[in-house]
Write a protein that binds this ligand. Structure first.
Ligand code: COA
Length: 467
């Protein structure tokens, strides 16, 4: 394995971290980086570096990297741009293995000196084969290593899980991360690429494909200098790990915003989308869907066909979900005669008993609902199940009545749900079902159906890839 790839492993799993520009002053980003590391519970050694500091957050300070007298795996750099080349040279001298460069003021600024500085840093890092996240980044988090290498300590509130988010924007990383708290999504890593000195989307895809903690890769892309390498890398791994991407910059004004944001022109939006699709990347049109699809990719099995069953406690949500399924090319399948007979025995004739099934008349009988769900689970025509239940007081036991069945079934086929109640009634039960992998839940039937459609698209790509 080459040194760069080896160093990527240290970058994300360091034993020791230095913060160059650590500060006691809450008005400095170096203070917040220290808070992220300590509050996040990083178990390795932390070296605050500040020429004038004594102690920061109870940890002895060092004037320089060299003074640490110990091996530093990762350096997080938060000093002004003009100082960064010297810091990089010190990193090389002290055999630092990876760098997170938070500092801005490089090729995204109008002053051409910014681009010159960028090239200078790239030359130093490339020669030593040190991977650098940034510059102009909020940082990165490896949740499985309890490493919050960012200036936002609150990222440590996120749930550890299997979605890796790689984003060109710090703001979108924050948005998606905090949306993830609300949506009970678990992350393996969140990486803000910033201006991409030598770690770009392509390098991250390559690394994350080998990362056992990552089951799905979510990309937020604005514009990149070398889209070809992303596409090539994604093509090479098609079928191994699902990738979903949200690309912004379709409006012309986005090009200018992107240029001043992370130093790249967004480029021809449609060409990007077509190339992504060709490379086996599922594309989505907004940030909520990026998270929704990533969650389904990370926590659902691959459906064995595009035949979908829609089981709903009320007819309306079932219709809304079915509309999306049809629009997305999924098939609301006919059940086998055995399944249909079973459902007919559990539901009165006044109900909609064929797919999509309205389970409303069985509300008062949790065992009847469980019986319908079980029959559909066992139906060979069904590749995935959409399960909707809106709370209505009389059906308060509906979720607990299905819980054992859902847990023991353990998504042998994907079960994507929308179980929704006023806060505090079903939340804990739904959360527990998600935690044990029995369902993946969304707050609307449309979101659930779109996630199922993305899963089916990914399944199709995987099958194609296997020939
Ligand atoms: N080694 C170690 N520490 C050093 C140092 C060096 N060579 N040179 C300076 N420092 C210390 C300073 O003493 C200071 O700490 P103190 O105030 O506690 O003494 C600290 O590093 C920061 O230096 P300072 O000159 O005060 O800079 P700053 O905090 O005002 O700005 C950045 C530094 C990196 C935050 C700023 O240049 C920057 O890039 N901001 C934008 C970051 C950003 O937006 N990133 C993208 C987000 S998505």
């Amino acid at each position: 394995m080459d040194k760069y790839l080896q160093n990527m492993k240290f970058l994300f799993n360091p034993s020791s971290v230095a913060v160059v520009g650590a500060s006691q002053n809450p008005g400095k980003l170096g203070f917040h980086v220290m808070k992220s590391l300590t509050n996040g519970g990083f178990p390795g050694k932390i070296f605050p570096i500040n020429p004038g500091g004594q102690e920061i957050m109870g940890i002895s300070c060092y004037p320089t990297l060299a003074a640490c007298g110990d091996m530093v795996d990762l350096a997080i750099v938060v000093v002004p741009a003009s100082v960064v080349p010297t810091v990089f040279q010190e990193c090389v001298k002290n055999r630092v293995k990876g760098i997170v460069l938070i500092t801005a003021g490089f090729k995204e600024i109008e002053d051409p000196q910014g681009a010159v500085l960028h090239e200078q840093l790239a030359a130093i890092a490339d020669r030593a084969q040190i991977p650098v996240i940034g510059p102009n980044t909020f940082g990165m988090i490896n949740f499985h290593a309890r490493l919050n290498a960012s200036f936002t300590p609150e990222f440590s509130l996120l749930k550890k899980g299997h979605i890796a988010l790689v984003s060109q924007s710090g703001g979108m990383s924050h948005l998606l991360g905090f949306l993830g708290i609300r949506d009970n999504a678990g992350f393996s890593k969140i990486v803000g690429l910033g201006n991409r000195l030598n770690v770009d989307f392509a390098q991250m895809i390559e690394y994350l494909c080998e990362d056992s903690q990552t089951k799905a890769i979510a990309l937020y892309v604005e514009g990149i200098d070398d889209p070809g390498s992303l596409v090539e890398k994604a093509k090479a791994v098609t079928g191994r790990k699902p990738i979903v991407a949200y690309k912004t910059g379709s409006a012309h004004v986005g090009d200018q915003a992107s240029l001043s944001h992370t130093g790249s022109v967004a480029g021809k939006h449609d060409i990007y989308l077509a190339a992504f699709r060709q490379a086996g990347i599922v594309t989505v049109p907004d940030s909520q869907q990026l998270l929704d699809v990533a969650k389904a990719f990370a926590y659902c099995p691959i459906p064995r066909g595009k035949g979908i069953a829609v089981l709903s406690g009320q007819a309306g949500p079932g219709m809304a979900g079915s509309d999306i399924c049809e629009r997305e090319g999924l098939e609301i399948v006919s059940f086998t005669p055995q399944t249909q007979a079973k459902i007919n025995s559990l539901l009165p004739p006044l109900a909609l008993r064929t797919n999509p099934v309205d389970m409303g008349p069985a509300w008062y009988d949790a065992s009847a609902i469980a019986g319908i769900v079980k029959a559909v689970m066992d139906d060979d025509n069904v590749g995935g199940i959409l399960l909707f239940m809106m709370f209505a007081s009389a059906n308060v036991d509906a979720v607990s009545g299905m819980a054992d069945l859902l847990k023991s079934w353990n998504q042998r086929k994907p079960v994507i749900s929308c179980m929704l109640s006023p806060p505090g009634i079903w939340d804990e039960q739904v959360c527990e079902l998600e935690e044990c992998g029995a369902i993946v839940n969304y707050s609307t039937p449309e979101r659930a159906a779109r996630a199922m459609a993305a899963l089916c698209k990914w399944a199709k790509m995987t099958r194609k890839n296997k020939g």
